[in-house]
Design a protein around this ligand. Structure first.
Ligand code: FES
Ligand code: FES
Length: 173
């Protein structure tokens, strides 16, 4: 038998309340179906691809395997939808546009949000250097220090994606 759950969240800077019929519902579906977010995507559903990535209290999270019951009351959730607008893209979005990094773009939500979280973590740890190609490759393959999640791009747009992440790191995030 399922247990309903209500959570108050700070979603992209706005207070939102959501009620789901089953406390085990994954955050990805809550965001997409109840909170109108279009950024997070369903790719694999088992934490293997990265398409559903969001930032939860500043931490990189796979929303496809994050039951709402595990999200703290009042948690801060950042999604791609809240980053920028078509008129005023966030610097990391602008870097992806400048480098024409997307092909089909299905993976881009996850890579943008994951890279944003990773670059912020590096800076918070006192590392203000622009990551090398090797560091970015390690990040994408889940081998970077402090980030064990990988990101899959089925179009093979990795070269442009890596250029975009590097460019994004050159501006203040
Ligand atoms: S859909 Fe979540 S990691 Fe693939
Ligand atoms: S651009 Fe198509 S999956 Fe990455």
């Amino acid at each position: 038998m399922s247990t309903p759950l209500t959570r108050n969240l700070n979603l992209n800077g706005e207070n939102r309340t959501v009620t789901v019929p089953d406390e085990g519902e994954q955050l990805l579906y809550v965001l997409r179906n109840a909170l109108g977010q279009h950024g997070p995507k369903f790719g694999c559903g088992v934490s293997q691809c990265g398409a559903c990535t969001v930032l939860l209290d500043g931490q990189i999270r796979r929303s496809c395997v994050t039951p709402l019951r595990t999200v703290a009351e009042g948690a801060n959730v950042e999604t791609l939808d809240g980053l920028g607008t078509p008129e005023h893209p966030h610097p990391i979005q602008q870097a992806f546009i400048d480098e024409q990094a997307a092909q089909c773009a299905y993976c881009i939500n996850g890579i943008v949000m994951g890279a944003l979280g990773w670059l912020r973590q590096r800076r918070a740890a006192g590392n203000t250097t622009v990551p090398t190609q090797e560091e970015i490759a390690a990040f994408l393959s889940g081998e970077a220090e402090g980030s064990t999640l990988n990101y899959i791009c089925r179009c093979g747009a990795h070269v442009r994606i890596m250029r975009a992440i590097r460019k994004a790191a050159e501006v203040a995030l």
